[in-house]
Design a protein around this ligand. Structure first.
Ligand SMILES: Nc1ncnc2c1ncn2[C@@H]1O[C@H](COP(=O)(O)OP(=O)(O)OP(=O)(O)O)[C@@H](O)[C@H]1O
Length: 264
């Protein structure tokens, strides 16, 4: 019987010849991707390339037509989104999923409690409440909303709501975090502050983000996956992707030039 060498560690996330068709149209056409634990990866590509579909396949919203999705070496193809979440993968959406009429603190505490499964038993709930309060407080400080502790989420600014959203996303202690255009709709100065915030709160975690803003991509990512027409045509460091002729031709060109001119 063969055993894995002791130095072997599974990738945090791996896609193997992943395919997805809608009707007769193949949208994801054999994607292979191996993301190491602790890496920050930006998925970029033109409109309609299949980026959101990839996110939906990874997070369990769509089942693959063929191929595999592995989380820490475990095949998760047939699992439901909440089961994948329990295995340590958490996703935030462009459309925020905060509770508008709960305060910042209550929103965070809900995410902590929910993820710890305290909803199942009342006694466990009571004993866990202090832990959950402490954890919610810690999260609130991480996302710099401790001064807004008792403000209802509906009354936060847009950028604060997005920060809260990220707090909720990481509240369950997920080790793999998927963020869908985390800075969409923010001003330039909010965006650069937010890149810093995302770096801080995802320290030591594996991060995948779908992103259109090249400033965010080059400011945040250790690696970039370029998706064009349902295939990953490059997966490399920002510098290597920037220099990749095929990427330039297929997609990046002016976007990279814009980002560089903008100082990123
Ligand atoms: N549920 C679905 N049923 C049928 N077609 C779909 C479905 N979801 C996505 N598609 C199609 O798959 C293709 C890829 O869409 P997807 O949203 O993944 O692209 P994207 O790269 O995220 O684009 P954008 O950058 O514009 O958000 C599009 O042609 C889209 O119409």
């Amino acid at each position: 019987m063969s055993t894995a060498p002791s130095s072997y560690t599974a990738c945090a996330l791996e896609l193997r010849d992943l395919r997805k068709s809608f009707g007769k149209t193949e949208i994801i056409r054999g994607v292979n991707l191996a993301v190491n634990a602790g890496e920050r990866v930006a998925i970029i590509g033109p409109n309609g390339a299949g980026k959101s579909t990839l996110f939906n396949l990874i997070s369990g919203r769509f089942a693959p037509s063929s191929g595999d999705v592995l989380l820490h070496g475990k095949r998760i193809n047939e699992l439901k989104p909440f089961e994948i979440n329990r295995l340590g993968l958490s996703r935030s959406f462009q459309i925020t999923n905060i509770f508008p009429n709960l305060s910042v603190f209550e929103n965070l505490r809900c995410s902590v409690l929910w993820s710890l499964g305290y909803k199942y038993t009342f006694l466990k709930f009571l004993s866990g409440l202090k832990d959950a309060n402490d954890k919610a407080q810690e999260l609130m400080e991480m996302i710099h909303l401790d001064k807004k502790r008792d403000v209802l989420a509906v009354n936060l600014t847009y950028a604060e709501q997005r920060a809260l959203e990220i707090g909720i996303t990481i509240g369950g202690g997920a080790s793999v975090v998927l963020l869908d255009e985390p800075t969409a709709g923010m001003s330039k100065s909010e965006t650069s502050r937010f890149i810093q915030l995302i770096k801080e709160v995802t320290e030591g975690k594996t991060l995948l983000t779908v992103e259109h803003d090249m400033g965010v991509v080059f400011g945040l990512a250790d690696k970039i996956a370029v998706v064009v027409y349902g295939e990953v045509i490059a997966f490399d460091t920002p510098d290597a992707v920037r220099a990749n002729a095929a990427v330039q031709e297929a997609y990046l060109g002016s976007s990279v030039a814009d980002a560089q001119a903008g100082g990123h």
